[in-house]
Ligand binder design. Structure first.
Ligand code: ZN
Length: 884
């Protein structure tokens, strides 16, 4: 009916003429509203007739009443944009089904039924990359969290576990390879050049772990024999031209399988493990049972195209997805509020693995750096949520650094308090007790209490309270006693104005100033708002090393003399604490300078202390270069901003760059000598050579700030001499920030050399978007019009715009142009790929913590986005929370 001609609607319209247009509020889903599903779906049989533009899906569900749920005489099958072509119940066409929004509602009166539904989908039109979609000629799926409902009607929730049998058919020339979860049980040729395959997965799983891939792929294959002697076939599936870059991924997979047996006693449970690399992917990778689907970024590597950091990231992500086979698949989540149950735990597991593979000290520092730059801003902003959230409108928005990285820190604290052996016993009990179930965070905590012998009553607050706790530290000395006075404060966060004190485990050591030694580390657990701990046997005031190894995800506030920090930076035997002392030295200096300001004497004293500490690190022959690379790294602008109630990005940037330039000049000959020394070390994958490459570019970074002409010359030489991507990218990064002839030259050279290699061209976009060049914003604008740029590929979008949003001087440029650019991007991308678009909102959502002029500009852009009447649920939720 035409709305204008309906009198009642017309009347209502006139009445409401003055009211602002109300966007349709997607419903809020609450954790406390959980109820079990009234039906069990023990089995599902799926049939796919595959085509890039037309795929027919026939799904047969075996359903039975769930005795543990409230009885219902209907079943709700979730759908998202689907039309049912036919619905049959027990072989008879069902006439009495109806649609409730996107869901299909079917009356069911018996105890058990077979439901058959036929749907048709167009994968080529799927730009959201959720459900079944096309990526460079192949078909693949992404179902976590709620993508399965874009393929067929189903109770698309993680507590409904089914055994899957899947038959797929399609043109053999187009899709020579047909893959699914589990094992291939049959295959054959069909008519007209088609073929088919049937797969069976013996392990019951929720729909989010379903996967299917069809395409023209080749595999790098290997074998792994499990601890009980099962022979597993391993395949890394890629496009033919990518095959030479798959060896590292295959080796990483074997190492992961081995490590999980030895460190957690977890063995693989199928005869086949497939990994497929796809170019168009919203996230890093996905742990579908027996068929992991990966972003190419986390599979493909060789020394000419991937940096050392890329190699490490691949190893870590392969491990992460593999480890999910137990922490996620064998034991899955009851509902999406429990996401951290699988993600926090699996991140911890991959971190411990990488610590063993790559070195504990450096890996720990890197992980803390990620937490601080990605999670801290979340926890102190409008999007703050506990690791186990209480409500959401769109679950995709909760795949956050809080759920993942803070979630890992919370489980790491349990491990610190229990010790590795008792922690392992807790994990064993958890896996044993909940194997085959959809569990909750509470189940995990209980298994830890019983298996590891911990009392976690108060510790549960870490699951329910958001916000980064602040611990204030004061060390008092009198007679022969050192007394540690600690107090904690958990800041208010949206919806949580008042907080309770949490147990905070702090590893500490007290150093004798004269000998540089301590009597052993201790674990202090601060469980109250305030507490004191006395240590005797100190005739002189000791130097306090606290939160060693970053034992608790908190910020430490203390006033310490520069001299103590210089002492710790030079000689703490805990590598993390050494790094931390160096950071503290720099952070306190820059925060003071960019905040209230420093007079000349205070500035000189601050700089001198940093110079002394840095010089000692550069001169320390006992230090390996990889660790040296960590120690000389200046704290990021994001982390610095976090330390200030209201940050002025312009001033922080100026102070940070000013300090870097001063250090570059003061220590110029040291940096030049260092660069020369490490440039002699030939390419290799061993620790020493990797450390050399890391510090090589770091030296250039300081020199570029202190002596740009010299640095441009050295970077040009490094670029030309490079026989690997780490050196080449490092040199080009430095050049891209400088105004020199070599800049354009080498950017053109790099592009020509790698044209057609998507992942390396992503780097080329990123280097220009993160650059210190004063015209970075114009460069980004031009690059958005480059023929290689497209909004359809998430990696490419992120390579330009995520990089740009993380470039403080460009994004926070005074004109507000940077904010406008990101808002324009969000509006343009939202209809194409809502999940990716929504991930850009938090950069603008920081406005409350930014100085007023910029804050107003940021807010204005958020309001402009909010005014759009066709926002996705994803972007709508993030924008309203950011403004709220
Ligand atoms: Zn994960």
């Amino acid at each position: 009916m035409d709305i204008a001609r309906n009198p009642s609607v017309a009347a209502e319209n006139t009445q409401m003429a003055d009211a602002p247009p109300e966007p349709q509020q997607p419903p809020l889903i609450r954790r406390e509203d959980y109820t079990p599903f009234p039906w069990l779906v023990p089995q599902i049989a799926l049939e796919f007739e595959l085509g890039i533009e037309h795929t027919l899906v026939t799904s047969t569900l075996t359903v039975a009443r769930n005795a543990k749920a409230q009885r219902s005489d209907t079943i709700r099958l979730n759908g998202d944009g689907l039309t049912a072509l036919s619905v049959t119940v027990d072989g008879e066409p069902a006439g009495d089904w109806s649609m409730d929004g996107d869901d299909l509602i079917l009356p069911l009166h018996g105890e058990a039924h077979a439901i058959k539904v036929v749907t048709a989908i167009d994968p080529s039109a799927n730009s959201q990359l959720m459900g079944l979609y096309a990526s460079s000629g192949m078909l693949c799926t992404q179902c976590e969290a709620e993508g399965f409902r874009r393929i067929t009607f189903f109770p698309d929730r993680p507590d409904v576990l089914s055994t899957y049998t899947v038959r797929m058919s399609g043109p053999k020339a187009e899709f020579p390879i047909l893959l699914c979860n589990g094992n291939r049980v049959a295959e054959g040729e069909g008519e007209g050049g088609t073929h088919w395959a049937e797969w069976h997965d013996p392990w019951p799983k929720p729909s989010y772990l379903f996967a299917l891939v069809a395409g023209d792929l080749v595999a790098n294959s290997g074998r792994f024999t499990t601890m009980s002697g099962r022979e597993v076939e391993l395949n890394i599936w890629v496009r033919a031209e990518d095959l030479p870059r798959t060896e590292h991924a295959l080796e990483s997979l074997k190492k992961s399988m081995q490590w999980d047996e030895q460190a957690f006693g977890r063995e693989y449970d199928l005869d086949l493990f497939n990994i497929v690399a796809v170019s168009d992917f919203n996230m890093g990778a996905m742990e579908n049972k027996g068929l992991n689907v990966f972003n190419t970024k986390y599979v493909l590597a060789d020394p000419d195209t991937a940096t050392d950091a890329d190699f490490d990231a691949i190893e870590g992500v392969i491990a992460h997805e593999y480890f999910h086979n137990w922490s996620g698949n064998r034991v899955t989540c009851r509902d999406w509020f429990q996401l951290s149950l699988k993600e926090g735990f699996t991140v911890l597991r991959d971190q411990l693995f990488s610590q063993d593979m790559q070195g504990e000290a450096v890996k720990r520092i890197e992980d803390v750096r990620i937490l601080r730059s990605a999670q801290f801003p979340e926890d102190s902003g409008p999007l703050a949520h506990p690791i186990r959230p209480d409500s959401f409108r769109e679950i995709s928005n909760f795949y956050t650094a809080t759920v993942y990285n803070k979630g890992a820190e919370v489980i790491r604290m349990m491990r610190t308090m229990a010790g590795p052996e008792r922690f392992r016993a807790g994990c064993d009990l958890y896996f044993e007790r909940h194997d085959g179930e959809a569990a909750t965070c509470e189940d995990f905590i209980r298994a830890m209490e019983e298996g590891a012998g911990l009392d976690l009553e108060q510790f549960r607050l870490w699951y329910s309270q958001a916000g980064t706790p602040k611990v204030t530290v004061r060390l008092e000395h009198s007679g022969d006693t050192a007394t540690l006075h600690l107090s904690q404060q958990v800041p208010p966060t949206p919806g949580q104005p008042d907080k309770q004190a949490m147990p905070i485990p702090l590893r500490i050591a007290l150093f004798d100033r004269a000998t540089g030694k301590h009597e052993g580390e201790q674990l202090v657990v601060l469980g109250k708002a305030e507490d004191s701990f006395a240590f005797t046997g100190f005739a002189e005031p000791p130097v306090l090393s606290i939160n060693r190894g970053y034992s608790a995800p908190v910020t430490i506030e203390r006033t310490v003399p520069h001299a103590d920090l210089v002492f710790l930076a030079a000689q703490d035997d805990d590598s993390f604490a050494r790094y931390e002392a160096m950071q503290e030295l720099v952070v306190s200096h820059i925060v003071a300078a960019a905040g209230d300001g420093l007079d000349d004497a205070a500035r000189a004293a601050g700089r001198a202390a940093i110079r002394t500490a840095l010089a000692a690190i550069l001169a320390d022959a006992a230090l390996d270069d990889s660790m040296r690379g960590e120690l000389v790294m200046l704290p990021s602008q994001t982390y610095l901003s976090e330390q200030m109630l209201i940050a002025d990005p312009g001033r922080i940037h100026a102070e940070r760059e000013g300090l870097k330039a001063w250090l570059g000049r003061e220590l110029e000959s040291e940096f030049v000598a260092l660069h020369l020394r490490v440039s002699e070390i030939p390419y290799g994958l061993e620790q020493a050579a990797r450390g050399a490459r890391k510090i090589k570019t770091q030296a250039l970074v300081y020199l570029a700030a202190g002596n740009p002409d010299l640095a441009a010359q050295m970077a040009k030489a490094q670029y030309e001499a490079a026989d690997n991507m780490t050196d080449r990218q490092g040199a080009l990064m430095v050049l891209t920030g400088l105004d020199s002839a070599a800049r354009t030259d080498k950017l053109i050279d790099f592009y020509r050399r790698y044209q057609g290699n998507e992942l390396v061209i992503d780097k080329w976009f990123t280097l220009q978007a993160i650059s210190l060049h004063p015209h970075a914003i114009e460069h980004v604008r031009v690059l958005a019009g480059h023929p290689d740029f497209t909004l359809r590929n998430p990696n490419r979008v992120r390579s330009l715009y995520m990089a740009f949003a993380g470039n403080p001087h460009a994004f926070h440029g005074e004109s507000g142009e940077g904010y406008r650019m990101i808002a324009d991007l969000i509006l343009a991308l939202d209809p194409i790929n809502a999940q990716t678009a929504a991930r850009f909102v938090p950069s603008l959502g920081r406005w409350r913590r930014i100085e007023p002029v910029r804050a107003a500009l940021m807010r204005q852009e958020l309001e402009r986005i909010a005014a759009s009447d066709r926002l996705s649920r994803d972007t709508f939720e993030q924008v309203t929370r950011s403004l709220g």
